[in-house]
Design a protein around this ligand. Structure first.
Ligand code: F6R
Length: 609
């Protein structure tokens, strides 16, 4: 949510900042801006709209200088216009600042600052920070920043530069991710490693409470008492190619089509065929800890929450441990019960979602062991958890999550196998059967992806609809939720996911010949029940698109379209049934002319609550 990039070194800053912003644009895209030290002062250029627009502005009105900061915004306070775009400056125009997060007491601080004579030019919460630094005591920028942040409530990842200290950027972090890029005679700051990857693979992930001071020659990390801190330098594990579109028109389609490989990568090195077991060393759970688990609590948001619902089926079925799945945003504000033997699992693609992070902290407060199922290596959730399972799905740029979902489901299935075998609840033969099922999964994904031409035809027929219903049962009920979410977020068609049998308790009233109903009915023990639910839809004139599997009978007497995924163990089926739904949402959105990778009002990685 919002992207930050900064550069200090021997090269011109503006082109490097623009390149970084272009890579971060998936995090927010309503306005963009840069501030560069130009020798005598700090010059800003900013405007509403995309980074392309900023590049045009800079070609007409260049800013020269080798130290600068930049931002791409997802508006929280104040509409997305030229004025509210970051960077923000103080009264004297000497301090420029970019910020991710929310200053929760901005109104109080603003009133006080205005009373003291400060003039505000924007409606943002961020501007108070520039004025607070202007007023703060201190000789150096870092001293002033530390003092300025004392009264600030809320979250921030921020970068500041000051006319009085040429060639210096100061950074602070609380609740919003910031990392430093370490180059040779040059240094970078960014909210996401993708912004600096073109220049360095060495990064320092800042911790909450850190202040960092960057110059061309080096960097220092300080705590709030200005005491120097040691922070490890990590390597970024993926390469620039992973950030390129390649032959695809959109990142979303690229990421859908990558799933054969991403599922393979989540499984890589984790299957033990002879033992019928999984290797999950990163969990950091001793055999004794595994034995003591009485209950699993999953916290997540959005698509990751849907993966958690699939995971509940897998974990309960395989390991026999009861599982609760909670929206992170709801769990964190309820009374959290202290249930002995709880293993809490935070699922997050980005590893930065504010609600999931806070829910993880709340669960830890109840004495639970906490693990993460996370894609982004080095992210806050990954680092705060006691252990976890990395997805290794590579960067997900498309704002609508796709490949992360299938990898999350695979990771939870692996965890189910691991706990079941570790606790002696599964025989070795059953373990071996499951390992064999995992081994063939990437090829089954490849076969499910071959449905694309058929899905595209279906999409063309339904692109004009205003509503859609998605029905599924058991482990495929969460897939119905996920299919509906994908459709609404990128095509703006209203869609609902429902447990198929619940339909007759209300939503059936909506069904008529204008209502497409997507029914997820692979081969499993509830298949005949879902077919009965389809009969109910059909009897009311609904138009059915069935996601079924090879080996299931012909449904043409009931449905208008049948999309057949390969047959597999029912617990694994969500990994396959979700693929035609991802493709359906994608092709409907394209047919409607929607901006698939930058859906309106959304941003990747929701780091505000
Ligand atoms: C939907 C989507 C969101 C995210 C949610 C959680 O396509 O992408 O619903 O799943 O914001 O994000 P992470 O997984 O990064 O915690």
């Amino acid at each position: 949510m919002c992207g930050i990039v900064g550069y200090v070194g021997p090269r011109q800053a503006a082109p490097i900042l623009l390149e970084g912003l272009a890579r971060l644009e998936y995090r927010g895209y309503d306005s963009a801006g840069v501030a560069v030290q130009n020798g005598g002062g700090v010059e800003t250029r900013k405007l509403a709209g995309r980074v392309e627009g900023l590049a045009d502005l800079l070609s007409r009105e260049p800013v020269l200088g080798t130290c600068g900061i930049a931002h791409t915004r997802w508006a929280t306070h104040g509409p997305p216009n030229d004025v509210n775009a970051h960077p923000h400056i103080d009264c004297g125009g000497e301090i420029a600042l970019v910020h991710n997060g929310i200053v929760e007491n901005a109104d109080v601080l603003r009133t006080r600052l205005e009373r003291d004579g400060h003039r505000f030019t924007t409606e943002t919460d961020t501007e108070v920070l520039a004025h607070l630094i202007e007023d703060a005591e201190g000789v150096t920028l870092e001293e002033r920043l530390i003092a300025a942040l004392v009264p600030v409530e809320g979250t921030y990842g921020l970068a500041v530069t000051w006319k009085a200290e040429p060639g210096k950027i100061v950074v602070a972090r609380r609740g919003s991710p910031v990392l430093l890029g370490v180059g040779d005679g040059e240094h970078f700051v960014a909210s996401d490693a993708s912004a600096v990857m073109g220049h360095t693979r060495s990064v320092v992930y800042l911790k909450d409470g850190d202040i960092a001071v960057l110059t061309a020659d080096g960097y220092r990390v300080l705590d709030r008492d200005a005491v120097e801190q040691e922070r490890a330098v990590d390597d970024i594990e993926w390469d620039l190619e992973a950030l390129a579109l390649g032959p695809y028109p959109h990142f979303m389609l690229k990421e859908i089509c990558e799933q054969t490989e991403t599922v393979r990568n989540t499984l890589r090195g984790r299957l033990l065929p002879a033992e019928g077991f999984a290797r999950l060393n990163g969990l950091n759970l001793s055999p004794g800890q595994c034995m003591r688990i009485q209950r699993i609590l999953i916290v997540a948001c959005g698509t990751s929450w849907h993966a958690g619902l699939v995971g509940r089926h897998a974990l309960e079925e395989l390991s026999g441990i009861p599982v609760d799945v909670e929206y992170a945003s709801e769990y964190r504000y309820r009374r959290q019960l202290r249930i002995p033997g709880t293993l809490a699992i935070a699922i997050s693609q980005s590893g930065e979602t504010a609600d999931t992070l806070e829910a993880l902290r709340a669960a830890r407060g109840t004495g639970a062991n906490v693990v993460g199922v996370v894609n982004v290596v080095g992210s806050t959730i990954a680092r705060e958890a006691d252990g976890g399972i990395y997805l290794h799905a590579g960067p997900e740029i498309g704002v609508a999550s796709t490949k992360a979902f299938t990898s999350q489901v695979v990771a939870l299935l692996l965890l189910g196998l691991y706990l079941a075998r570790q606790r002696g609840q599964m025989a070795v033969d059953e373990g071996r059967r499951l390992v064999a099922e995992f081994e063939r999964l990437p090829d089954l994904v490849a076969r499910a992806l071959q449905l694309e031409p058929q899905v595209k035809e279906v999409a063309a027929a339904y692109a004009g609809v205003g509503n859609a219903l998605y029905l599924g049962r058991g482990v495929n009920y969460p897939v119905a939720l996920e299919g509906a979410l994908k459709l609404k977020e990128i095509s703006y068609i209203h869609a609902e996911g429902y447990p198929a049998a619940e339909m007759k308790h209300g939503p059936i009233a909506l069904i008529d010949e204008n209502m497409p109903v997507v029914c997820i009915a692979p081969q499993d023990h509830v298949y005949p029940k879902v077919v009965s639910n389809m009969q109910e839809v059909r009897a009311r004139g609904g138009r059915i698109i069935a996601i079924t599997s090879e080996g299931n009978g012909d449904l043409s007497h009931l449905v208008e379209h049948q999309l057949r995924v390969p047959a597999c163990d029912p617990l694994f089926s969500p990994v396959l049934t979700v693929i035609p739904l991802q493709l359906l949402a994608y092709h409907i959105a394209v047919a409607r002319g929607c901006d698939v990778d930058r859906p309106r009002n959304l941003a990747k990685s929701v780091t505000v609550e």
